[in-house]
Design a protein around this ligand. Sequence first.
Ligand code: AHR
Length: 512
Amino acid sequence: MANQLIINSASAKATINRMIYGHFAEHLGRCIYDGFYVGENSSIPNIHGIRSDIVSALKKIKIPCLRWPGGCFADEYHWMDGIGPKEHRPAMVNTHWGGISENNHFGTHEFFELCELLGAEPYICGNVGSGTVREMSEWIEYMTSDAQSPMTTLRAQNGKKEPWRLKYFGIGNENWNCGGRMRAQYYVDEMMRYNLYARDYGNNKLYRIACGPRNENYKWTKELMEIGAPYIDAIALHYYTRVADPTRTTNLADGNEQYYMDPSISRGSATDFAEDEWFQIMKAALHLEHLIQKHTAIMDFYDPDKKVDLIIDEWGTWFDCEPGTNPGFLYQQNTLRDAISAGTSLNIFNNHADRIHMTNIAQTVNVLQAMILTDGAKMLLTPTYHIYDMYQVHQDAQLLDFALLCEDYTYNGQSIKQVNVSVSKNRDNQINITLVNIAPDQGAQITCHIPDLETLSVSNALVLTAPQMNARNTFEYPDTIYPQRFTGFKSAGQTLQIDMPSKSVVLLTVPC
Ligand code: AHR
């Protein structure tokens, strides 16, 4: 069967919210300290302790929002420890991630400054697991109130007279596990109580994000939507792309499991793998389509007008940490496999832009599927970073309808679709097509047809690929893999013949 892509250029289905290209930064391993934040006295160029090269790199991909301070860390974080003069801030033990001492030098003020430097919307996740209603309520008052109060006086004493503007606020993280091991019903009751006292001050209106399910926990989505929907703006699903593990048995309450917190279970190497683990990761990335369809079907039942958004505020690949690094730091390398998996996941998110408001890949620097890895003053951009660079064309563009007929990629008797795609039209009347060929050693010839256009021309074409499945950038060779000019297409009247290399992501821009 020939691969065919037919695009309806007049079919604006939804706006692809730029927040879909969001990120996540937790106090975990070397994400904040030795990552984003090196401190004012560092010899590495910085602005009030925030690394300048990281800021520039993330601005280039138009980072739209940043989630902080966790993750599991959020449900052990006590915000008052992270304000005021640094020398007076009490240290804590980061019990969840490596048991190391956290000096609280990066706190609320530093986070807002980072977001301002990046031009990104702050997204703060509150502590439901081990905090109090009062603590959360006062944090929001401290950040957003413009009234005279003990919290705003404290903020002014700490150098910030005017309130910040904060839109995105999460009522807990993974409350079915590290955020309190709650059953769905119990969480919904707690969420409504915390949410009630998370006030809107002055003109600041919070966008309230409830802790959603993990993976296939449809029961959680059902119970949350049934009772909680009128009180929230979004629910947040978590899904990590991992190799399959037959030993997944440890069940927690309500169908949740502790699988991915268990360090004794191997998740496979990030760099040393054969086609078997390549296939498993591609299959796991494509599984997102199924998950989103099922969770949104439940949401549609309780909320047919789509008032509550779906957010995926943790996703990405999760492998064994790099040999010789602290297992509690979740530091992993990033290869072409991660890029193909990210391209596939982002295509799926784009195609569900009618429900998906935001996603946050885990985690921006030095943790899991990172954009950036650092080693002292050195910094490298990962293949996943380059996907975000290529896909930024979709930010705030109109999602277009398409039909894709494509061949299967078969491995060991199992088949998955070889090609996936998303298509959008921007304000400059350009159609951007991002195609992913997931087969590791099979090219894909695609005939693309846009019936409403007289002629198809291409004004920009890029490809990300490499000869090896595990091609990656290293500190010694930081430019091994990056997007290159793509010439594998021919336009003939109303059709475009595209010749994709194996294991590649292609961006084509078609003026219309
Ligand atoms: O991203 C790492 C961890 O994965 C987060 O802290 C937690 O929310 C999830 O389980």
